[in-house]
Design a protein around this ligand. Structure first.
Ligand SMILES: C[S@@+](CC[C@H](N)C(=O)[O-])C[C@H]1O[C@@H](n2cnc3c(N)ncnc32)[C@H](O)[C@@H]1O
Length: 192
């Protein structure tokens, strides 16, 4: 089976060119993107959070799966990177761009919970994990990627991944599934 997605979001080619121009190599791959779109599509009128916008490739995938009533908040520490996403996707009224440190934002946020949280940076994943999980609504989904070992990654980073997976396994209020696919994903659904 070829698992390459057949349909890409319209803005993806230009966002890829932006990523090349910026020397940014951390965008989600197309398989992860297609899963993001499918998960977003399971939530008509859903509230979605992306931690780590990058240049906006994951954002474009999420928007491509969302219905007109869904809303996406995407956060990025580096305003220069997020500017690419804002330029290409900013006219879409469903998305709100937040320029902030994910850790501070997670600590301060006191709004409604989210139906889908894509935690694609350190805060909400390797730090502030409990806080990010607190923001997942009952029946909602928490998704992380980049869990498979990667060449050049430090031993500390690999140890952080092992710790993260163990911490998630301990959570009795989430059902977890590990996917050794794309960059290595974990999907956790809130049960309680
Ligand atoms: C893996 S990339 C995100 C890729 C994007 N989600 C996608 O799917 O294409 C991680 C991003 O997190 C950003 N970042 C790093 N530290 C951060 C922090 N403390 N708070 C918010 N964003 C941060 C980086 O600048 C980088 O753009």
């Amino acid at each position: 089976m070829d698992d390459t997605p057949a349909h890409l979001p319209t803005a993806l080619p230009v966002l890829r060119a932006d990523a090349r121009e910026a020397g940014f190599t951390m965008s989600s791959d197309d398989r992860t993107g297609s899963l993001l779109a499918a998960l977003a599509a399971t939530r008509p009128g859903g509230r979605i959070l992306e931690l780590g916008t990058g240049v906006g490739e994951g954002t474009a995938w999420l928007l491509s799966g969302m219905d007109p009533a869904s809303r996406l908040t995407t956060l990025e520490l580096d305003p220069a990177l997020q500017a690419f996403a804002q330029e290409r996707l900013g006219t879409d009224p469903r998305v709100t761009f937040v320029s902030a440190d994910g850790g501070s934002w997670l600590e301060d946020y006191d709004g409604a919970p989210f139906d889908l949280v894509f935690a694609d940076t350190w805060p909400g994943k390797f730090t502030h994990l409990d806080r990010a999980l607190d923001l997942v609504a009952p029946g909602g989904t928490y998704l992380i990627d980049d869990l498979l070992p990667q060449p050049g990654r430090s031993r500390d980073h690999e140890a952080s991944v092992t710790r993260l997976l163990a911490d998630l396994d301990e959570r009795k209020d989430f059902r977890c599934v590990r996917l050794a696919w794309a960059s290595g994903l974990l999907m956790a659904v809130r049960t309680g």
